[in-house]
Ligand binder design. Structure first.
Ligand SMILES: [Zn+2]
Length: 90
């Protein structure tokens, strides 16, 4: 993952209101060739197809401490989670 992809992914995460810990871990996982999507699918966590909670938040969801919706904050996207629209922030 090049720096441009990292920046776009980071900006998308901010746009959709995802927590910084989840965005950064998502980018790190992709950079290491790991699949956050596969991890969450195996854990049975339903997302909007783009948001993949970090390991800590995945465990919190699985433990019933929080719901995935609780993680979405300061969302710029006008559609409520889990709805998205295609956008270009560049
Ligand atoms: Zn997180």
């Amino acid at each position: 993952m090049c720096w441009q992809e990292r920046n776009i992914t980071f900006e998308n995460g901010i746009y959709f209101g995802y927590p910084l810990c989840c965005i950064n871990e998502f980018i790190d996982d992709l950079s290491k060739g790991e699949s956050p999507h596969r991890r969450n699918k195996l854990a049975g966590i339903k997302t909007d197809g783009a948001f993949h909670p970090c390991r800590k938040h995945t465990q919190d969801i699985l433990d019933g401490k929080i719901k995935i919706e609780d993680l979405i904050d300061s969302r710029v996207c006008p559609y409520p989670f889990p709805y998205r629209h295609s956008h270009s922030i560049r």
